[in-house]
Design a protein. Structure first.
Length: 436
């Protein structure tokens, strides 16, 4: 049992039709349950409750046991002096407030059926992929998914925006550098994300801007900083970049990474770090004023075209320096990767900038972009589809990722609209029986 479950019972309203009485036998009528307080102080505020012949207005506090009031030292905290009702599962002692007033106590224990409590515990302990795995499919037709997914998607974008704004603050308001870092992270993939972050940190963005019109200098700068230009021998293109980087390093006092920090396995050759770095260089060559480009882009097509860059002529016959591939191929950022950059970089950054600037039209445009993109294809989305929940676009697939990672994985069933619905249905039969 948890206080969260008690909050759920209270908010569901199923108790309020019963013949509720305090532990002293005084009749209790809940006229208004109040609203949940997420900050310090009593659990619910602004409640209106009739106890006996008197109607009280004020906060309500919840505990598993009455004695928890003293265990939490509420008597010495003036924020609890005006509590009008103490709701507990088990009443084990009488309590007085800091003003010396005996606190009316409502024990829920006798109003709840043991079966319903066990069902809640089972839901919490379920070891399935999601806690309600065994119940979900039977309720699919009764649940309004589009509205709930929309809410979850906005919640996810707000969380991403918060992280982006912290990054911008740490970079002294340099939005372009933050976008550069995010593009690198999602281009590199999970295996090389840390190494790409190190490359971004070691490469002054002012140099990206300074040399953005010279593709070869940009390639030399990035590959040199990544540690790939340390060998003395190599083919013509390698030696050209090495010479260029040596000049840049001397001029700007640059310190390279160690190439061993990059991983090639288990990465597919088209996503090798060398290919991704080359693509990053050409992307910066095409557009280094990234924030301005995002703000002016009116459609996903514009951005997808920007992201679908080619690694360059040399890489058509290579995956690594100095070793020719068995056959030539254009190393262009693929459709799915470009869409991933839209979902994980472009839309969240635009949403964050909209919040930062107070321009709601930008946050709305970011949501429009996500709605215009196809749903993501990944392991988590696939598992939802297997359960009959099929996202229609990237906004909905983002919502399903949020639901799984931030609710299901954390057993936040009582804060989930679907979990609340299922639990309400568990409680309804007993509540209806008890009211008779």
């Amino acid at each position: 049992m948890s206080e969260e479950f008690m909050y759920f019972i209270w908010q569901s309203g199923g108790l309020f039709d019963l013949d509720l009485r305090t532990t002293g036998g005084v009749e209790v009528s809940v006229l208004k349950p109040g609203y949940r307080n997420r900050g310090a102080g009593p659990d619910f505020l602004d409640a209106r409750i009739k106890i006996g012949d008197v109607t009280w207005y004020g906060p309500v506090e919840f505990h598993l046991k009455t004695s928890d009031w003293d265990a939490h030292d509420h008597t010495s905290d003036s924020a609890y002096n005006n509590v009008i009702l103490h709701v507990v599962m088990e009443h084990d002692r009488e309590i007085k407030t800091g003003k010396g007033v005996q606190l009316p106590t409502l024990s829920l224990q006798k109003y709840l059926d043991r079966t319903q409590i066990e069902k809640y515990r089972e839901l919490r302990k379920n070891k399935g992929w999601i806690p309600c795995d065994g119940l979900l499919q039977s309720r699919m037709g009764d649940f309004f998914w589009p509205q709930y997914l929309s809410r979850l998607a906005i919640e996810r974008q707000q969380q991403k925006a918060g992280r982006i704004l912290k990054m911008v603050e740490s970079e002294n308001g340099h939005w372009d550098k933050v976008i550069f870092a995010l593009l690198g992270k999602y281009l590199a993939g999970k295996i090389n994300a840390i190494s790409m972050a190190e490359l971004v940190n070691r490469t002054p963005y002012k140099l990206i801007l300074k040399y953005r019109s010279d593709a070869k200098k940009l390639q030399a700068l990035l590959f040199g900083q990544a540690g790939f230009l340390q060998k003395e021998e190599g083919d013509k293109y390698y030696l050209e970049l090495k010479k260029e980087y040596r000049h840049l390093a001397d001029m700007h006092d640059l310190a390279p990474m160690v190439s061993a920090e990059w991983c090639y396995m288990p990465v597919r050759p088209p996503a090798f770090p060398t290919i991704r770095i080359a693509q990053m260089g050409h992307l910066m060559h095409r557009e280094a004023r990234l924030l301005n480009y995002l703000l002016n882009a009116q459609s996903t097509t514009e951005l997808l075209d920007l992201f679908k860059v080619d690694a360059g002529p040399y890489w058509r016959s290579h995956y690594v320096f100095g070793k020719k591939a068995s056959r030539d191929s254009i190393k262009r950022v693929g459709k799915s990767t470009a869409e991933s950059l839209m979902v994980n970089v472009a839309a969240p950054v635009l949403f964050a900038y909209g919040q930062h600037s107070g321009k709601i039209e930008l946050t709305e445009r970011a949501i429009d972009w996500l709605e215009a993109l196809p749903p993501e294809r990944n392991r988590i989305v696939k598992r939802w589809v297997e359960r009959g929940v099929k996202p229609g676009n990237a906004l909905e697939s983002q919502a399903l990722l949020e639901l799984k990672s931030n609710y299901c994985n954390k057993n936040r069933c009582l804060e989930c609209a679907l979990g609340s619905k299922l639990l309400s249905e568990m409680m309804t039969p007993y509540m209806a029986y008890s009211a008779r």
